[in-house]
Every structure is written in structure tokens, then in C-alpha cells.
Unconditional design. Structure first.
Length: 101
């Protein structure tokens, strides 16, 4: 499971790009992408631009990332979700927890 990430120190943000299937198999790689990062008042961006499938485990991973970010007074944004994934995020009421664009 390939999860790519890019740290932009100048902008104080970490972008995590998930693959086509964002499910439980991505758990370890997703967690490792942000676990060691400390971005006080920064921003974590989850790029769903390549994702076509997301399950409840992915929703849980997003919540764990939010918990990690909140401890640093950082924000989490979700970017690039297609219509199907946006529907899942809306049903889960994630627009109340994350910036979704």
C-alpha cells in the first residue's frame, strides 16, 4: 500500500496522498506518514484525488489524524474527494470536523 506524503516546512503543512483504495490495508502506512510530524498551528492535508474507494476504516484513520493534529493545535483538510467519497464524508458528517475542498 503506497501512501505518499510531502512536508512543506515553509507552509507548515504535510500533504498525505492516498491510493485508489483507502481502506484498512492503508492503516499502517497512513499512520506512519504523519506519526512523527509535529506541525504546531500547521495543517495536514489528506489528498483523496486518486482515491476511488473508502471504507469505515479510512474514516477511523481520518479521525485518528484529527486527534493527532488537534493535540498540536493544527488543522486537517480533505482535498480532492470525488462525488462518491464526498457523499460518504457527508453521511458521516465529516464536514463538521474537517475542511473539505
Amino acid at each position: 500500500m503506497i501512501i505518499q506524503h510531502h512536508l512543506d516546512r515553509e507552509r507548515n503543512q504535510l500533504t498525505i496522498q492516498v491510493p485508489e483504495r483507502f481502506d484498512f490495508q492503508a492503516n499502517r502506512a497512513f499512520r506512519e506518514a504523519y506519526r512523527e510530524q509535529v506541525l504546531p498551528s500547521g495543517r495536514y492535508i489528506v489528498d483523496l484525488g486518486q482515491a476511488r474507494y473508502m471504507d469505515s476504516a479510512a474514516l477511523g484513520m481520518l479521525l485518528l489524524l484529527r486527534e493527532h493534529a488537534t493535540a498540536q493545535d493544527a488543522a486537517v483538510a480533505i482535498h480532492g474527494a470525488n462525488a462518491d467519497l464526498k457523499r460518504i464524508l457527508t453521511i458521516a458528517r465529516f464536514e463538521q470536523l474537517f475542511e473539505i475542498f
